[in-house]
Write a new protein. Structure first.
Length: 417
């Protein structure tokens, strides 16, 4: 009997948190699309959306967002369906949160808090956890004034967990001190990452970044192209930390393929700022692949959001082209304005590799090299920064047919035939 009770308690503990989502439709953006995305975000955080509440207003109510009448209607829905959480499709002030909680008698969080909660669940590396905590603290500063008990809720559910959550103080000075410390640590990590980028530059290894909306399959694409086993899951923000893998392509011996953090629409600038140290990988790219989900009816929005972030990062001048993933799920891949692929089935990957090779081909020179026996040490450089197609020992030295990066051509030019 006690065993069955324990199982029931565990099931209740692991059950999704019931929530309703609420939005003000002022015509500023596509409401249906936004609510669909908010639902996916909530499900990624572990919630079960049991209802939607939409209020048409020219501008959100300054005190209660939806208006007190609509909130009372929401309260009835909450009580009827047993919901524990209200998620607003916007950013809320601390006063609005407090007023909405008083009327509905459930916890209220906004869109940004929800995104930060997902970040908190998925941050795996030390840098990722520091970035999440920093973003959380900056966001909490906006709520500190007059938030009272709302700020002191710890660890109870969606929007209240994550790195640094228990370190939160109810004092601006303490939070700002913590922010300064996190910024210092992240700067140190960013400098280390910068050294890695410098080594890549010195080694003349081209960098190709996968950039795009969250859950379009960037990690799966990285795995399919490189034979890696990077964590990939069908949910929003499954991976937060940039991942780099070697990729052999065309006449280049190797490139570095990087999977970056994904985006969502209306991502607040300060969240982009919090992840700038990892997004800098994109800024150092030789080529950017903007990835979209071919099976989504909103792939145009996905690409618009991606272009906006690329612009914010000052990367618009880097060469880029569009890759449509998940083409195994549609019948109209040929009509898409980009390269159609499927990381799941392998469809289109050879064409994609060919396009990457073509875009980077200006970096390499195909040549025949005769290295004298006293210059065989150069062979290592040719292998490192190029691709040896054939080699043969002759009476005069080692005869190579190879493609080499232009930046190291001067080293072997005296021996080119």
């Amino acid at each position: 009997m006690s065993g069955s009770m324990n199982n029931r308690e565990n099931n209740e503990k692991n059950a999704p948190q019931k929530a309703i989502i609420a939005a003000v439709d002022s015509g500023a953006y596509d409401m249906e699309s936004s609510l669909r995305e908010l639902t996916l975000l909530a499900e990624s955080a572990g919630a079960e959306i049991v209802a939607e509440i939409v209020q048409k207003l020219d501008t959100p109510d300054r005190n209660t967002y939806l208006g007190s009448g609509k909130l009372l209607e929401a309260k009835t829905v909450i009580e009827t369906l047993g919901a524990e959480l209200l998620i607003a499709d916007c950013e809320l002030t601390s006063a609005r949160v407090r007023n909405m909680e008083e009327i509905t008698d459930v916890a209220v969080i906004d869109r940004t808090t929800l995104i930060l909660d997902i970040f908190a669940q998925n941050a795996k590396t030390a840098e990722g956890k520091l970035q999440v905590e920093l973003a959380q603290l900056r966001h909490r500063l906006l709520y500190l004034a007059g938030s009272g008990a709302a700020l002191s809720r710890l660890g109870g559910g969606i929007g209240t967990r994550g790195p640094g959550e228990t370190k939160l103080e109810s004092d601006r000075r303490h939070i700002r001190t913590r922010i300064a410390l996190l910024e210092k640590r992240l700067l140190e990590l960013s400098e280390r990452r910068g050294l890695t980028r410098e080594r890549r530059k010195k080694g003349s290894v081209p960098v190709v970044s996968l950039v795009g909306y969250t859950n379009v399959g960037k990690s799966s694409l990285l795995n399919a192209l490189t034979g890696s086993d990077v964590y990939a899951e069908d949910k929003l923000f499954a991976t937060l930390d940039p991942t780099a893998r070697k990729l052999y392509v065309g006449d280049l011996q190797q490139v570095v393929l990087i999977d970056t953090v994904g985006f969502v629409s209306r991502l607040p600038h300060r969240l982009v700022d919090a992840f700038k140290s990892t997004l800098l990988e994109m800024a150092e790219s030789d080529l950017i692949l903007t990835v979209a989900d071919a099976s989504s009816s909103e792939w145009k929005l996905q690409l618009e959001v991606t272009e906006d972030i690329i612009s914010q990062m000052g990367c618009s001048d880097i060469e880029q082209f569009t890759v449509f993933n998940k083409c195994d799920l549609i019948d109209t891949a040929a009509a898409l304005p980009g390269i159609a692929v499927s990381a799941k089935t392998g469809f289109g990957l050879e064409r994609l590799l060919g396009e990457i090779s073509k875009r980077l081909s200006e970096r390499v020179i195909r040549c025949e090299i005769l290295l004298p026996f006293d210059k065989l040490s150069l062979m290592a450089a040719v292998r490192e920064k190029g691709n040896v197609l054939s080699e043969e020992y002759t009476e005069d030295g080692l005869l190579l047919k190879a493609t080499v990066d232009k930046t190291m051509y001067h080293m072997i030019e005296p021996y080119v035939r």
